[in-house]
Design a protein around this ligand. Structure first.
Ligand code: F3S
Length: 76
C-alpha cells in the first residue's frame, strides 16, 4: 500500500499539486497544501486510481513536501 502526506512546513504554496491532482490536494488560505482524502493524516492507503494522479504531483513538487510511504504516517 501507499500512504500520502504533505509536509506542510516544506510546502511553498506553488500550486502544482492541485493542478496535477485536483481530487487529492487542497489548500488553506495561505495556499499551503494538504492531502485531502484522509485530511492529511497519511493513514488511509491510496486507491489505484488515486495513485496515478498522486505520482504526477509527487514527482513534480519542487520542494519534496509531498511524501509517500508504504507504512501509515504517524501523527506528530
Ligand atoms: Fe506545496 Fe509542493 Fe503542492 S510546494 S503546493 S505541496 S506541489
Amino acid at each position: 500500500p501507499v500512504y500520502a502526506h504533505v509536509d506542510r512546513a516544506a510546502c511553498i504554496a506553488c500550486g502544482l499539486c492541485q493542478m496535477l491532482a485536483p481530487k487529492l490536494f487542497e489548500y488553506d488560505q495561505e495556499g499551503i497544501a494538504s492531502y485531502c482524502p484522509d485530511e492529511n493524516t497519511g493513514t488511509v492507503p491510496l486507491t489505484g486510481e488515486q495513485l496515478i494522479d498522486f505520482k504526477l504531483a509527487y514527482r513534480r513538487c519542487p520542494t519534496g513536501a509531498i511524501q509517500r510511504s508504504e507504512q501509515p504516517f504517524t501523527q506528530a
